[in-house]
Design a protein around this ligand. Structure first.
Ligand SMILES: Cc1cc2nc3c(=O)[nH]c(=O)nc-3n(C[C@H](O)[C@H](O)[C@H](O)COP(=O)(O)OP(=O)(O)OC[C@H]3O[C@@H](n4cnc5c(N)ncnc54)[C@H](O)[C@@H]3O)c2cc1C
Length: 482
């Protein structure tokens, strides 16, 4: 039996109708007394790709912090938490362990609109939060390009979005409530239990279960899309002079399209006072996205997919301006990217963080690797992040450009092995350029590559030995690398 892909409680899937339209047009324990819904043995916990599902002993859907604490105290084995299950390599579960499905912990704890601060249970999704804050003309300060992710899952990977100047989500988190391995419930923030706070954000559940998150919010503003073709050699200069320090720029990314990946299309959303061309405040939930599904299929399966990219997708990126609310753009549903089936092939993501000074060298070599291995890349989206000054395992040790690769792969064993091969080449390329790679994706990195990318993991081990000496909290990521 398979215990729900991300689509079951809320839709699923990766990366981009932006590419296609923005882009196609311009993101228990059984014995417990609490009557927790608990499933029988041999359950597969799946992720969005359909690959690398994990067989667990049990799943539980807690509704409160005290239920989580009881589960942690009484479960005799290992425990992993999961949110939206959009990570792609078994980060949400451990073979034979207890899987805590946090999506049932999705309630508002408190909301202070006048201070632009909110506290929610960790299993709340961004889209649920947007419903609550939009009437107050407030927006999430930093989140991913899609709204399906849980707050706890986003904090646990230290997610980022396209927000100019924001960097990772850690800079907007005011406090966390965490259940530790002994079942105690602790509060951590920048000024209180800071080492725990800094390790739990981006810690992929290694130290405890995050049950509540307190977040700073931002104003919801009108934004206008501006699309520009920028020569590759001039992109860094363009970003520094035209994008980075202009406070009117709210969101920015640049797309590199196959087959050459050499002509960035820069998409900037600027604050504006102009009349809305899109009056809706939020994207409705549960749309069917038929056109997008057909477009993805046509672009990736039909002969002439590259022609489609060149003649339809790219020109569409350069379409006239759109004016909408920030919350509308931030409420995109990853279902828009979901293919009709993932049986024979699936879509996946990777991300590399490269210091600004190595931009050109990295791009040139990345293009070579992608072409050499005939990677079925749909696009590479470039973003920027200032340095992460807070977390223990930062992916941005300094200012970086982030290269998000969205690709298609076959699901059979040989195809997986081939993906592993070119992924390791890309990881080496990132490491040789003083960069890092992102951890929520497939676990193709060698242990040595992980240690080179995240030498701070040694400090995480030390802290874990202190807080969780029996290694109660684990998942397939930490089983391999920690
Ligand atoms: C289509 C798509 C687009 C994406 N876009 C972006 C993007 O723009 N920016 C970006 O940074 N990332 C992006 N990602 C990656 C995404 O941010 C991560 O996969 C994120 O973890 C997803 O949140 P989730 O709720 O699905 O977390 P899950 O995948 O469920 O969990 C991720 C990790 O967090 C841990 N965790 C979850 N909840 C808790 C908790 N309550 N307590 C302790 N640990 C917990 C899990 O154990 C796991 O290790 C994208 C992924 C997809 C598929």
């Amino acid at each position: 039996m398979t215990d729900s892909t991300p689509g079951s409680t809320a839709p699923a899937i990766p990366a981009r109708r932006r590419f296609l339209v923005q882009a196609l047009g311009a993101a228990g324990y059984c014995s417990l007394s609490m009557a927790l819904p608990v499933c029988a043995a041999d359950i597969m916990v799946a992720n969005v790709t359909g690959l690398y599902s994990v067989s667990v002993a049990r799943t539980a859907q807690p509704a409160s912090t005290s239920e989580v604490a009881n589960l942690v105290r009484t479960w005799p084995g290992r425990i992993a938490a999961g949110g939206g299950r959009y990570s792609m390599g078994g980060q949400v579960a451990l073979q034979g362990g207890l899987h805590l499905d946090m999506r049932t912990m999705n309630r508002l704890v408190w909301f202070r609109p006048e201070e632009a601060v909110v506290r929610v249970q960790a299993g709340m999704r961004w889209r649920e939060l947007q419903d609550l804050i939009d009437p107050h003309q407030l927006a999430v300060k930093t989140m991913q390009s899609y709204s399906n992710f849980t707050v706890g899952g986003s904090v646990s990977v230290n997610a980022h979005g396209r927000y100019v100047g924001h960097g990772p989500i850690c800079h907007t988190v005011r406090a966390l409530q965490i259940v530790l391995a002994d079942g105690s419930i602790v509060e951590a923030g920048p000024h209180h239990n800071r080492p725990l706070f800094a390790a739990a954000i981006g810690g992929y559940g290694a130290l405890g279960i995050i049950t509540e998150v307190e977040l700073e919010l931002d104003r919801n503003v009108r934004i206008e899309r501006v699309v520009q073709d920028v020569p590759l050699a001039q992109y860094v200069d363009f970003f520094k002079t035209r994008v980075e320090f202009d406070r009117a720029n709210i969101l920015h990314n640049a797309d590199l399209l196959p087959p050459e990946f050499d002509a960035p299309v820069a998409v900037t959303w600027r604050r504006t006072g102009k009349a809305l061309t899109q009056a809706q405040r939020l994207i409705p939930k549960d749309l069917s996205y038929q056109t997008e599904k057909n477009a993805i299929w046509a672009a990736t399966e039909m002969p002439g997919g590259e022609w489609l990219q060149a003649k339809v997708i790219r020109p569409n990126l350069l379409k006239p301006s759109i004016v909408k609310w920030l919350n509308h753009e931030a409420s995109r549903d990853a279902a828009e990217l979901e293919p009709r089936t993932r049986v024979l092939s699936t879509y996946a993501l990777q991300e590399y963080f490269i210091p600004v000074r190595h931009f050109s060298r990295f791009v040139q070599c990345m293009r070579t690797i992608l072409r050499k291995h005939e990677v079925e890349a749909l696009n590479v989206s470039i973003r920027h992040s200032p340095a992460d000054t807070l977390t223990l395992l930062p992916w941005a040790k300094e200012d970086v450009f982030c290269f998000v690769l969205y690709y298609k792969q076959r699901t059979h064993a040989q195809a997986r092995a081939e993906v592993g091969c070119w992924t390791r080449e890309l990881i080496d390329l990132a490491l040789n350029n003083e960069g890092r790679y992102y951890l929520p994706y497939q676990l193709h990195a060698t242990e040595r590559q992980f240690s080179r990318a995240y030498p701070e993991a040694e400090q995480l081990r030390t802290l874990k030995d202190k807080l969780d000496p029996a290694g109660k909290f684990s998942n397939e990521l930490w089983r391999k690398y920690l």
